[in-house]
Design a protein around this ligand. Structure first.
Ligand SMILES: *Cc1c(COP(=O)(O)O)cnc(C)c1O
Length: 376
């Protein structure tokens, strides 16, 4: 038995692709909270559980509806678009993967901000295309002029992550429009809006408006975060019909289970209850960020269900303290820590642990400060 890939004919261009690291599970031998994957702390609504039991469990011996019409039609009606503009995926990760595979490949480039969603480099390298990572600004936001300047003849796709994972920072309406005005109309711009329901920034353009006004916009949404269905794997893309058709060519057939489709429809039916939960998480985010800023931390404003501590060389030392206290966060060594907003109890522990951490390591607060010098 060999574990060396060079013993087989293989794709040498995959060497060095980072392996996607899932947020660590919480240890089970003591009190700890998993705040490392931006999951919703709430379980599914009772009505969603009931719909799954009633409708979906009896159909497991059958393949699901490949196109997921019951969800597609609902989403098309909700946004006032044609069903030919909507495509389902096993999470929006699959939507992003299909889009990259449909448009890009060897010899072409995909532009995205960095640091951003960890899956982007993996997906882009997996397609054979060349990643063009455009560093965030000092304020940890998309650098739109630099993204525009990065466009070449080889550019096949530009990804905007709004709000940005892991920094929580948002892209303004003006910035999104400036980007779309500047890039060639035959270059697709993807707006990955996995967290848009948590975005309370009044100046933020919802990508669906841009989809209606520009011919080259694709929007990716997911049921994993605000809807709390991360374990069922369902998300969707909205884009020009020609692009959606191309994406279906590279889609894994039957990737979205009937259970997931049923749960998605039931979740859309329960919108107002889900909105209440989102509002509660937004209030919790304000409570946590307010408390941390009161302790002296600089925390960038977040439009998502997580926040970012830019810690540079101190990252591992702060991370150790969090882990010891039972706060399981997502650690990017040498860069910073992303902490999800969880249950009230989990958030209390975050506040308490961060207070102790900054007392022990006061220099942690100085690793980053907003450029405009305001209270953030
Ligand atoms: C979580 C996340 C997604 C999608 O997750 P799925 O579970 O695959 O829908 C997409 N983009 C970003 C930035 C995310 O953080």
């Amino acid at each position: 038995m060999t574990s060396d890939i060079t013993a087989f004919r293989h794709r040498a261009d995959l060497a060095g692709i980072p392996v996607y690291r899932q947020g660590k599970p919480a240890p089970t031998d003591r009190r700890a909270f998993k705040l490392s994957s931006n999951e919703n702390p709430y379980g599914p609504l009772p009505s969603v559980v009931e719909a799954i039991e009633r409708g979906a469990l009896g159909t497991i011996n059958r393949y699901p509806d490949m196109h997921g019409w019951k969800v597609v039609d609902r989403i098309a009606a909700q946004y006032g678009v044609d069903a030919s503009n909507v495509i389902l995926g096993a999470g929006s990760s699959e939507i992003i993967t299909e889009l990259v595979n449909a448009l890009a490949g060897p010899g072409t480039e995909v532009i995205y901000p960095w640091r951003s969603f960890e899956a982007y480099p993996i997906i882009v390298r997996g397609s054979g295309a060349t990643p063009v990572q455009v560093p965030l600004t000092a304020d940890l936001r998309h650098d739109i002029p630099a993204m525009i300047a990065a466009v070449t003849d080889r550019t096949r796709l530009i990804i905007v992550n709004n709000p940005n994972n892991p920094t929580g920072t948002t892209v303004s309406r003006e910035e999104a429009e400036r980007l779309l005005e500047a890039v060639p109309k035959d270059v697709v711009v993807l707006f990955d809006e996995a967290y848009f329901q948590f975005n309370t920034d009044p100046d933020t353009e919802v990508a669906m408006d841009l989809f209606r006004r520009y011919p080259n916009v694709v929007v990716a949404h997911t049921f994993s975060k605000a809807y709390g269905l991360a374990g069922l794997r369902i998300g969707y893309g909205i884009g020009p019909a020609a692009v959606v058709d191309e994406m279906s060519k590279v889609a894994l057939p039957f990737a979205v289970s009937d259970v997931a489709q049923t749960a998605a429809v039931a979740s859309l039916d329960a919108q107002s209850e889900l909105d209440d939960r989102v509002r509660d998480l937004i209030a919790e985010r304000a409570r946590v960020l307010g408390a941390l800023r009161g302790q002296g931390w600089h925390v960038p404003d977040s439009g998502a269900n997580f926040f970012w501590l830019q810690l540079g060389d101190l990252t591992d030392r702060v991370a150790e303290r969090l882990t010891e206290a039972g706060v399981i966060a997502r650690v990017f060594s040498g860069d910073g820590i992303r902490i999800s907003i969880g249950s009230h109890e989990a958030n209390d522990l975050v506040i308490e642990t961060c207070a102790a951490a900054i007392e022990a390591l006061p220099e942690a607060a100085k690793q980053w400060a907003p450029a405009d010098g305001d209270a953030r």
